[in-house]
Design a protein around this ligand. Structure first.
Ligand code: AHR
Length: 336
């Protein structure tokens, strides 16, 4: 994967202490749904969001909107409803409108080169935020701000390796894991799967017996878990690529008369408030954090890129992970 080579070789910066701020400003791009009127800043940013599929995404959208308003950036916002064609239309619309900078979170990794070349020809810098693209040509974007999704998957897998004895719920010597994958082709789905698989190799009793996409939604997680509960015997662990799918799985597990967190262990990624609440109640066992509050760093990078200043090619967000005890301690102060 080209982006992995990039991650290893490019100068990377680590950003911590992310914080939400301000209130919002927005405008449309003519595709995929959006709204509001623009601000009056010196910089106009066209932003194409993946959708509104999860609690994480809503928090990310709020952070971007609020930060644009705080920084006086005129934000044109478009919701792609998880469709790549909507994002491509939005990017083309931003190019036509001659915005100063484009930022987007790509719904899937591949298929972006043409539209990014169009932006490059129009001399409009592009910032990748949250998710990256898989492209041979890293001159097509100025920087990528977001999490290390492989590392998130590794943290989830490491917790299972470290807690293997407790996770063999039926005590038969095999830890049967079902995996709820994110959107097919999306960077976090690919990378979280890879990181988990790599780390859990250390324990041959851990086996992923079924793996299917729930599209990062609560409803998707619930439906896939319902079908796993019918088709798979002796499920010990659910590994969900985000909290929302894990929360959907909890509903399916409870409806099947089992106790989530006890009869079936649950590991998720994100650490949004609903997930952290379920963790503190004992229904989830471990959550790897993925921080959605990227707005302040995104606006900072945008101002620098528009001013022609150098920025790191990769800015990695700093993240943590929570077990049930630490979730209880931090829940009251959770911002999203
Ligand atoms: O790209 C980040 C992922 O997208 C989040 O983990 C998930 O909740 C969201 O839909």
């Amino acid at each position: 994967m080209f982006k992995k080579i990039l991650t290893a070789t490019a100068g990377a910066a680590l950003i911590g202490g992310l914080a939400a701020c301000g209130s919002s400003s927005s405008d449309g791009a003519g595709s995929g749904g959006s709204g509001g009127s623009g601000g009056s800043g010196d910089i106009t940013m066209g932003f194409s969001q993946v959708g509104a599929e999860s609690g994480w995404r809503s928090a990310n959208t709020t952070s971007v909107r609020d930060s644009a308003k705080t920084d006086g950036i005129d934000l044109k916002f478009s919701d792609a409803q998880q469709k790549q064609e909507n994002q491509i239309k939005a990017l083309r619309s931003y190019i036509q409108q001659k915005v100063d900078v484009i930022a987007f979170s790509p719904v899937v990794e591949t298929g972006w080169d043409s539209v990014l070349q169009e932006a490059k020809r129009a001399k409009i810098p592009v910032i990748l935020t949250d998710r990256s693209v898989d492209s041979e040509d890293d001159s097509l974007y100025a920087t990528f701000l977001g999490s290390d999704f492989v590392e998130e998957g590794e943290k989830a897998g490491q917790w299972l390796v470290d807690n293997a004895a407790d996770s063999d719920v039926d005590g038969n010597g095999a830890i049967n894991v079902v995996e709820l994958q994110g959107t097919t082709g999306a960077a976090p789905a690919i990378d979280r799967k890879e990181g988990f698989a790599e780390t859990t190799k250390a324990d041959p009793t851990i086996k992923v017996v079924a793996s299917q996409t729930g599209d990062f939604t609560r409803d998707g997680g619930k439906k896939v878990m319902e079908s796993f509960l019918k088709s798979q015997k002796g499920i010990d662990v659910v590994y969900a690529h985000n909290d929302d799918m894990g929360l959907g799985a909890i509903e399916a597990i409870e409806a099947a008369g089992k106790v989530p967190g006890k009869d079936i262990k649950i590991i998720t990624v994100d650490a949004v408030k609903d997930g952290m609440t379920a963790l503190s109640e004992g229904k989830i066992n471990y959550i790897v954090e993925c921080n959605p509050l990227l707005g302040p760093q995104l606006m900072d990078l945008a101002k620098k890129v528009v001013a022609g200043e150098d920025v790191p090619k990769r800015v990695v967000t700093e993240e943590s992970a929570f077990d049930q005890e630490t979730a209880k301690q931090v829940l009251a102060d959770r911002q999203y």
